[in-house]
Design a protein around this ligand. Sequence first.
Ligand SMILES: Cc1cc2nc3c(=O)[nH]c(=O)nc-3n(C[C@H](O)[C@H](O)[C@H](O)COP(=O)(O)OP(=O)(O)OC[C@H]3O[C@@H](n4cnc5c(N)ncnc54)[C@H](O)[C@@H]3O)c2cc1C
Length: 359
Amino acid sequence: MQHIGIAGAGVMGRVLAWQCLRAGFQVTLFDRDPIERGDAAAYTAAGMLTPYCEVESAELMVFELGMQSLSLWPNIAKELGDDIGFQQHGSLIVAHANDMADYQHFNQLVQKKLSPTSEQLKTLNAAQLHLLEPELTTRFKQASYLPEEAWLCSQKTMAVLAKKLLANGVTWHEECTITDVKNHAISTDNEQHHFDCVIDSRGLGAKPQWPELRGVRGELIMLQAPDVNIKRLVRLMHPRYPLYIVPKGYDDLYIIGATQIESNDTGPITVRSSLELLSAAYSLHTGFAEARIVETRTNCRPSLHNNLPQINCSDGLIRINGLFRHGFLLSPALGHEVVQRLQDPNYQSHHTALMQQVA
Ligand SMILES: Cc1cc2nc3c(=O)[nH]c(=O)nc-3n(C[C@H](O)[C@H](O)[C@H](O)COP(=O)(O)OP(=O)(O)OC[C@H]3O[C@@H](n4cnc5c(N)ncnc54)[C@H](O)[C@@H]3O)c2cc1C
């Protein structure tokens, strides 16, 4: 049985560890944080699995891998046998009068990138929107609807994956800082560990070996809003970044996110971002006026120059990074690619830009 060492137990590391286990590999994980909490970008994520919405700003590869993940997540949830907060009620895209041009542009772009005849993007009039989300019709008389889109709870998913990995025999070196990752070996402060193959999934922590990586700051706010009753994910057209409201589905909780700022700063949310996010929420539904601010989260998304993921392969070492704003959306599909490569060293992804052979 091949022994795989995984450096970094964020969402990529944990999903991949699970897929490696299912494929019959022995797995050892390393992370500088404790198993149940930490600074991984994964803990900050809203957990959206929205490949259609992402085509507006991303390459088609993100859509294709995202669609693959969208079909893999329900199976992973079933295998894990625990609640990861997976919900598939679709996304609604709405815009205020001032942002109608952005709304039309979004619709055109999505239709054009997918296929001119794609029926995945449905345009709803006020009566149709009322049937789905009656409370939105006070402010909006039309919407676009993407019924397949889904979301999960990032924190529950991280916790459930950890529990099941440990229960299934993964060795986990927690609170263990990695000093170097190279072919067949992971070095920590006081030891070098050897494996048949090593996978580096340290996100921004891999920057010393992958200097091109940069952080893209994201901030979001969790609100408890008993006066709001929305069941679907809502995207509100916004001139600067894709703004969304994700219903958690319990305790009247909603995530309002997320900013997208070129910065490595992980400090607390700014006044400007708070004002923008909260104003947008209030402009969508006045019920957010009396909502409680339960939590704010900030982190940096590990990103490459083109905001696309990349898998670099060499003998005994696979580096996977650049998941940007798509870690949950893409990790099952990317993990699947890596497992294929582990099983067959000649395997080449049909996404030619994704998997590179390096020296
Ligand atoms: C505000 C915000 C909202 C987001 N919303 C979404 C969303 O809705 N949907 C979506 O798909 N994605 C979303 N994302 C993006 C997602 O969080 C990232 O793409 C994803 O977390 C990247 O996964 P990763 O495993 O590569 O890195 P991380 O999750 O950052 O994990 C890296 C791990 O490596 C460990 N590590 C690093 N260096 C070392 C070292 N030297 N030694 C030991 N351990 C180390 C870290 O402790 C960490 O656990 C969001 C991100 C932000 C910031």
